[in-house]
Design a binder for this molecule. Structure first.
Ligand code: GLN
Length: 205
């Protein structure tokens, strides 16, 4: 079965996410067609969504203006999966701590933008992630940290004693950029481990 993966293409590592989800699909016996989302009307066609990093202020503004934000809410309400990374995690949070970012409240977490400080603007860390046997080479770029998590949120990874990867229902959020290493395990974890994508709504071709 071919799955349709939508990458919100307002900003960020769009092609890298496309490659990672294709690779993850391959390992799990699925062909994946990747479509880029810049306007409304595409999200409803997608079995799964990827929300890259970038600047959460800009992504939030465009996602709301283009009507993509409302469609993402419907996507999640239907139990379809999403992987949101870095600024994507900020957008899906309940509270970004910054009024310029109108969040979607699809993950019951409060985040702090750029939480790892200037001197560590960007770093790579071998991260233990729940569900993965070996550490994941996690690249953090001006990453947010998660300050608090609601009851329904499972913490998948922590760094510096702060959650940096979470799952709530069909939504996985990471503060780091799993698309930047040729390692599709986090994409697999988000979309295939539970078989959710496979049981999608049948709109994938
Ligand atoms: N610092 C950015 C923000 O707060 C996120 C950085 C990223 O996505 N790599 O929006």
């Amino acid at each position: 079965m071919t799955l349709t993966a939508g990458v919100v293409a307002v900003q960020g590592d769009v092609s890298e996410h496309g490659q990672a989800i294709r690779r993850a699909g391959e390992t799990n016996g699925h062909e994946v067609e990747v479509v880029e989302i810049r306007q409304s009307g595409i999200v409803p066609e997608c079995d799964l969504l990827l929300l890259p990093g970038g600047e959460s202020t800009a992504i939030s503004r465009l996602a709301h203006r283009e009507g993509i934000a409302a469609e993402m809410r419907d996507h999640v309400a239907e139990g379809r999966p999403v992987l949101a990374t870095c600024a994507g995690l900020i957008l899906l949070s309940q509270d970004s701590g910054d009024e310029r970012v109108e969040t979607l409240d699809l993950l019951d977490v409060a985040v702090e933008r750029n939480a790892f400080g200037r001197q560590r603007d960007s770093f790579e860390a071998p991260l233990s992630v729940r569900g993965l046997e070996e550490p994941f080479p996690a690249v953090f770029i001006r990453a947010p940290a998660i300050d608090s998590v609601g009851d329904g949120v499972e913490v998948l990874a922590e760094w510096d004693d702060r959650p940096v990867a979470v799952r709530q229902g069909s939504v996985v959020g990471t503060a780091f950029h799993p698309e930047l290493r040729a390692d599709p395990r986090v994409h697999e974890l988000a979309f295939f481990e539970t078989g959710r994508a496979v049981t999608g709504n049948g709109q994938g071709k």
